[in-house]
Design a protein around this ligand. Structure first.
Ligand code: ADP
Ligand code: MG
Length: 261
């Protein structure tokens, strides 16, 4: 290839934002002539490489933006510790169909039972399938909503949050929240109702939500909106953390039999 051709190509590929083609075209051209590929085959190889790189960069960006705890992944989730019903539910969720149906997921269970890990793992798989997900703790989000309300930018924030197909709210009701805090949370959930999926983890069963939402009417309204189209998951297993600590303490002696398996 003459120097002129490669200079023109490099400039054009740069202008067209085709970095993978720019990087690969000479090496692929050598392979193509060695193996006598057709012109379309050569082009396909280059264009496919570009598409693949773009998809990969998009997923990397979505993973960063999701703020998901990436170590809590599907591959590190021990399904044997979870009730068979939950495993079945999680497997179905990973397909992502519930996101298209704007359904919610509510994971209940005692601290350490794996609620956050299970939902973060599902959410990470959804991102890897190209979906836009945001993970946040319920209390952080409520603080953001309250600040926005004070600054009269609540509408803007709600609009920005609506861009996420999936919102993971970790630890709903973990701390006692004030009436004002609960009101903004209610506004958010009402806004997303039947428009986007919300994944919630909570240590508290529905019956205790009244305490969190201060007044029974708000609690009932929130439950109503969350539950209407939802998958409810009960992780009634013992604490993974407590078991891990027990195992390491007694590592000198015989290993304790894990419960629930
Ligand atoms: P919860 O949100 O229910 O309080 P977490 O999901 O934070 O519990 O789990 C507590 C710890 O135990 C985390 O480090 C998590 O990775 C781990 N863990 C819990 N369940 C599992 C599981 N089934 N497989 C692998 N790790 C688990
Ligand atoms: Mg948790």
């Amino acid at each position: 290839m003459t120097k002129d051709v490669s200079l023109v190509l490099a400039a054009c590929l740069q202008e067209l934002h085709l970095p993978a083609v720019k990087k690969q075209y000479e090496a692929v051209a050598r392979q193509a002539s060695a193996e006598t590929w057709s012109y379309p085959d050569y082009l396909r190889e280059l264009v496919e490489g570009e598409c693949q790189q773009r998809r990969q960069h998009r997923i990397e960006r979505l993973l960063r933006e999701s703020k998901l705890p990436l170590a809590k992944s599907w591959s590190t989730l021990d399904l044997k510790r979870l009730p068979p019903k939950v495993v079945q539910q999680l497997r179905a969720l990973v397909s992502g169909d519930f996101v298209d149906r704007h359904e919610n997921v509510l994971a209940f269970g005692p601290p350490g039972s794996g609620k956050t890990h299970a939902l973060a793992a599902v959410a990470q798989e959804l991102v890897r399938a190209g979906r836009r997900v945001l993970f946040t703790t319920c209390s952080l989000l409520v603080q953001d909503l309250l600040a926005a309300k004070r600054d009269l930018t609540l509408k803007v924030l709600l609009k920005r949050l609506a861009r996420w197909e999936v919102l993971v709210l970790d630890d709903l009701g973990y701390v006692q929240q004030s009436r004002e805090e609960m009101e903004v949370l209610f506004t958010l959930l009402a806004e997303r109702y039947e428009r986007g999926s919300v994944l919630v983890t909570s240590n508290l069963p529905f019956s205790k939500w009244e305490q969190v939402f201060k007044d029974p009417m708000t609690a009932a309204a929130v439950i109503d909106r969350l539950v209407h189209h939802s998958v409810i998951m009960e992780l009634n297993v013992s604490s993974y953390r407590a078991e891990a600590a027990k195992r390491s303490r007694s590592s000198a002696g015989p290993a304790p039999q894990p419960t629930g398996e």
